[in-house]
Design a protein around this ligand. Structure first.
Ligand SMILES: Cc1cc2nc3c(=O)[nH]c(=O)nc-3n(C[C@H](O)[C@H](O)[C@H](O)COP(=O)(O)OP(=O)(O)OC[C@H]3O[C@@H](n4cnc5c(N)ncnc54)[C@H](O)[C@@H]3O)c2cc1C
Length: 443
């Protein structure tokens, strides 16, 4: 397979100004998966599909960032390329991508537009969780039959109607960290559920057709006593009465995700709104922890973009910049070498993680998972920092993409449930304690 086309999220060249003469760049950026030879033909083809859309994403990224608006045009492209159904199982008309394939595709989107990749992950999660993750979990035969019937409707919306899902999960309390039940409640009523509560940072707010809401099932007579085991995952249509989008959206980075707040006031949804059977979300979160690591591929892509920008900048191949080379200085060469070491270490853990996702991973695999997720999020931001330091002052002008990559990359390690802090917290505890072990309280 040929290398993906140049991932230069650069401004288009001013008309009539041939900055770099007529010489095309000889720099060949890395494939997002390192060596494409290690991939299946289907993986190569899907990543290649994104690489073709990428220059368009990159062209628009500055505008979405400046205006903090949703990348609708990119979703038109993703829809036309069949990618909205990337993780819809084949028997439902989707592309049937597995975990490894999806995360590599997500990283390729991230190298062109971080906000598109991050918001796309919210959409795809609704298909992964109800798809191959649910298939790997235990259900009664009745539950499985019901789930297959319901998810067929959900997948039909995506594959045939091109609908997009959001994933409002965070609430501003301990629930999104997995430390408490959801504060958003679903009360069982005749024919369905009434949802009440609020969600913060709902990417695709106002852009999604459906919101896949995590909430706690409250059974009659058990008010206020729902636990994390009672988690429900319900699809709410964007025009449902009682659903309100509110709050400003003017953040540091990932501005195109438009992650505003949602309020649910007795929003009715029918029983068929269940994206997973009752109790299955808790089982998924406990037994398929890789489900939360799909937030990091976006940042793998940003790390690659920051590195590529740096190389092109030092080679004087960034469109719109004066043709002043800087690559001959030994300090620049050392700096790029350090960046490359960090990038390849990040990619190695990214690929390891991509291939290790499975139900009931052993403890060692889980430790590697936390380590990989932490590393990708932190290294992406560090690579952007190094890129600015190495390229210098002109590189952080708003007319170039690097300062946006830097701001977007800052958001990665803040994402719950696995912020950088919480990854370290889990790693530190679980590295030192085996299941059931406790110590005397230290005074
Ligand atoms: C660009 C962007 C897009 C987002 N999109 C979505 C989305 O689509 N859907 C969605 O649901 N969320 C989304 N989020 C939200 C994100 O996942 C986090 O929930 C959010 O950033 C948490 O912010 P907070 O200030 O409320 O964190 P807090 O809950 O106040 O936590 C602050 C920090 O304290 C630490 N902490 C929190 N709880 C614990 C604990 N129990 N033990 C120890 N330490 C803890 C963590 O390290 C955390 O970073 C998005 C966030 C961003 C920045």
């Amino acid at each position: 397979m040929s290398a993906p086309s140049m991932p230069s999220p650069m401004p288009s060249q001013p008309p009539g100004r041939p900055d770099r003469g007529d010489k095309p760049s000889r720099y060949v950026p890395s494939h997002i998966a390192g060596s494409p030879a290690s991939l299946t033909a289907a993986q190569r083809e899907l990543i290649g599909r994104v690489a073709e859309l990428g220059p368009g994403f990159a062209e628009r990224a500055a505008r979405y960032d400046r205006d903090a608006t949703f990348p609708f045009e990119n979703y038109v492209d993703l829809r036309a390329a069949g990618l909205l159904g990337i993780c819809v199982p084949r028997e439902y008309g989707g592309l049937g991508a597995d975990f490894a394939t999806y995360v590599m595709v997500a990283a390729e989107i991230g190298r062109w537009c971080g906000a598109t990749a991050l918001s796309f992950n919210m959409h795809v999660s609704s298909c992964m969780w109800s798809g191959f993750i649910a298939d790997a979990l235990e259900m009664t035969p009745e539950q499985r039959a019901g789930h297959h019937r319901i998810r067929a409707q959900h997948y039909r919306r995506i594959v045939e109607e091109g609908k997009v899902y959001a994933q409002p999960f965070s609430e501003g309390g301990a629930a999104a960290a997995g430390a408490a039940p959801w504060g958003t409640i679903a009360r069982q009523v005749e024919g369905g559920y009434l949802i009440s509560g609020k969600k913060i940072f709902a990417s695709l707010a106002g852009a999604a057709d459906w919101y896949g809401v995590l909430c706690t099932l409250e059974r009659p007579g058990h008010e206020g006593r729902g636990t994390r085991r009672d988690s429900m995952y319900l699809a709410v249509p964007a025009d449902a009465p009682g659903l309100e989008i509110y709050g400003d959206w003017d953040p540091l980075g990932m501005r195109g995700t438009v992650s505003r707040n949602l309020a649910f006031k007795d929003v009715f949804v029918p029983e068929d709104a269940r994206l997973m059977p009752e109790g299955l979300y808790f089982q998924a979160a406990s037994r398929f922890p890789h489900m939360f690591s799909t937030l990091s591929p976006t940042y793998m892509g940003i790390a690659q973009a920051a590195y590529d920008f740096t190389v092109m900048y030092l080679r004087a191949e960034v469109p719109g910049m004066p043709p002043v080379k800087r690559r001959m200085y030994p300090t620049k060469q050392i700096a790029v070498a350090e960046m490359r070491v960090k990038l390849e270490a990040t990619r190695a853990l990214f690929l390891q993680n991509a291939r290790e996702a499975r139900v009931d991973p052993d403890k060692d695999t889980r430790m590697r998972l936390y380590a990989a997720h932490y590393t990708i999020m932190e290294n992406a931001n560090d690579l952007c920092r190094l890129a600015i330091r190495t390229c210098g002052g002109q590189s952080m002008l708003k007319s170039l993409p690097l300062e946006r990559l830097y701001r977007d990359s800052r958001c990665g390690s803040l994402m719950l449930p696995w912020t950088a802090e919480l990854c370290l917290d889990r790693l530190g505890r679980e590295c030192l304690y085996e299941a059931g072990e406790k110590d005397e309280q230290i005074e």
